[in-house]
Design a protein around this ligand. Sequence first.
Ligand code: F3S
Length: 386
Amino acid sequence: MYLDASDERVLAGEFGETPQKMMEILVALGDVYEAERLIPITSAQVSGASYKTIGEWGLAWLQSLDARVAVPTVLNPIGMPREGWREFGIDEEFARNQALVVDAYRSLGIKLECTCTPYYLNITGYGEHLAWSESSAVAYANSVLGARTNREGGPSALAAAIVGKTPYYGLHVVANRRPQIVVEVEGWEGLRADHWGAIGHVAGGKVGNRIPIFSGIRPNRDQLKALGAAMAATGAVALFHVEGITPEARVFSFEVDDLERVAVTRDEVLGLFEEVEVEAVAVGCPHCSGAELAELADLLRGKTTTKPFYVFVSRGVAEKHRDLVAVIERSGARIVPDTCMVVSPRMDEFSSIMVDSGKAFAYVPGMCGAVARIGTREECVEVATG
Ligand code: F3S
């Protein structure tokens, strides 16, 4: 991979050992993927933020680093809310270790917005090159915003954040963003607005790591978020297009006719909605938008929860919608910023969890050791308040 003079100086260690190591990571990655050069990025999002997922070795690695990020950088959800963790049921030892992880990231200059929905912070736009790592955020940035990012690992996103550049390969290259398979959703008019996570759950299994283009559907932004998050979990989808909706679909529309086609049927989608007794209910995977909080507030107004009911959200969105947070919490539901149902050890204590997300439905069994049930948001409220 070609390096310019300033890249070479970083690689030679002129700016310290940590930038040098980070440049080595980028060069190794670039060589593996035959990138021609590095390109500047405008923001980074770093996963590997929960002590539950990185453990003591990850923490020790982070503490060994000595540098500052070169571009605006945010974190993925950590393992607990930064305030009120004790009430959320986190033990002292985990909280101590998680705080050390947060301190290590803070000393690198990373903004402590711990969220998988960094796009609500308005930090990116069409055509910008990024190094984001959380799979649903990657799918949203590429597909809904038309930004360009590969699905980075935690270390490579951090390396890009510190160097301010990433290897130019994969989804940074326009020619690699072409649709590869057409997905037709049969009978979607009969499905409800919040079935999109389940549609993505089915579609991801069919398309694998190919770039799908959906035809004949009209999801809004929150539905696109749910669709992409689930396809990233059950497949390895980092970019998808929807005809007439997503920004790059038009660019490639003339190439669609000869592609393989698969169908996602109404029966396949509704088949996921099995009724199972659950101990707790969790929504907000990916973290809720303001519109989703408004919908939850409407559903919960005047009701009282009878089961633990957690709503995961970024701190920024929760603070912007304090009125909705108050309505939701009046019901007994708990708004939980900074963390999520999969990366927090709190959720491991339940043996069965109901979710409204195709991604969480895929991850809860493996990551929390719990039986997962998927329902619409309305069904989640019914079960939590029944
Ligand atoms: Fe976000 Fe956690 Fe889901 S990181 S996408 S809420 S699994």
